[in-house]
Design a protein around this ligand. Sequence first.
Ligand code: ZN
Length: 508
Amino acid sequence: MGSRARVRRTALMGVAALLLPLGAAQAATSEQVDTTGTRGIGDPYYADYGNGGYDVDHYDIRVSYVPRTDRLAGTTRIRAHAIQDLTRFNLDFVLPVSSVRVNGQRATYTQGRHELVVTPRRALRDGDAMKVEVTYRGVPSTIRSDGIKPWIRTDDGVAAVGEPEIAAWWFPGNDHPRDKATYDVRVEVARSLEALGNGVLVSKAAHGRTRTWHWREATPMASYLAFFVVGQFDITRSRADGLPVITAVASDGGKEGRFAAADLKKTPKVIRFESRHFGDYPFDAMGGVAPAADFGFALENQTRPVYTRGFWRFGPNIYVIVHELAHQWYGDSVSVDNWRDIWLNEGFATFAEWLWSEKHRDGSAADHFDMTWQSYPRRSDFWKVTIGDPGAHNEFNGAVYDRGAMTLQALRTRIGNPAFSTLLKDWAAQHRYANASVPEFIALAEEISGQDLTSFFDAWLYTAHRPAATEANGFPADFGARSARVTRPDSWSQIRHTRALLARLEAR
Ligand SMILES: [Zn+2]
């Protein structure tokens, strides 16, 4: 939905309109203005991601799923509006489609790699409402696209969870964070199973041998954050701070499941802590899901992150909860403009772990900064990653997390605590439910601090070597002496274990 994105596009269209008289003579002699929606939204890393020409307002997704066969059948109704004249448009989707309707009329379509190309019977005009209905069925685990197969089957179900891509394996859409929308998701499964999703549980209705779980996300959400998980779960429902809390842990989760359940119970407490640092919690529900499966990562699904059980292999681990819940502000409410802006998600969520550690006397953020510095020698590849623009397929490099958190701690030292804490809150407030880029963060940091931070951010975000340990780069004056004395924070091993798993997304 992204109102900011719309403003930007409108601005671009204004430019196009101004330029039109220049091209008018040519247009008159050649065919006509291009009325096909582009096959990508314009992400510099991923040409296919998202689509041009329209903006989605709401997804109404209905799927049925059978774990034994991995068969998924569904109908998705999309409410959107055209943002240009359209004779043809694309949806991102990989499952076989059996029918497409646009505004009630059958449309023709073709399916290529990753793209469903739709030609409505009647062309759409700029601003027209679009109701698109797509019916489909398939076996998602058999489909590879963009070099990946993100579908995760578990022992007794599935986890439709992934970043930057998963949506196209279960619903057609405009699959890019810049086109946010609200969601109704209905998942029909056998009565012996549970189905979890984002937001509020609207209803749970049995019919014969199946049950349909209806989840609603009423706040704009990026498509990769939409999820469903099926399996046998123990579900806990409560309320905290006026909001519904739903957590689910696999029924046969064993020792890891018990640790997960104990940490998931602290979800409202973590959100309260983070609200003090980041501003009001942006959503109308909270929770978390821990399936009995080793898929190797956690994801910040809006209102309800999903965690692989490996996070609890060595005992309690509150830090992964702190990380994923921090994303509710940085990643989910304020989403990247393009995938190259990923530092705004991962650097911030990692820094939140350091804040939690500091608050609970497990080691200060300054201690974590020092220890991280010592972990990566000057010539380490770690320092070669330019985290402000890490490159396609490199968004989940460990450096985006650790150098990312160091950047924020250095900024805190450089501009001082009061300005820094205003910055964290204002950033979340100014871009709430929208999208933002790294240069916009730099601009806000300069505005709030009243300082020129060009060389600071160049050193931390855009230089392929280790920043010099200077005060201008946000190192404390006594850095050398301090750093030599630092002892390993109590939270160090939990945070390292969390990082090792999270950065695995990169390897998939
Ligand atoms: Zn993260």
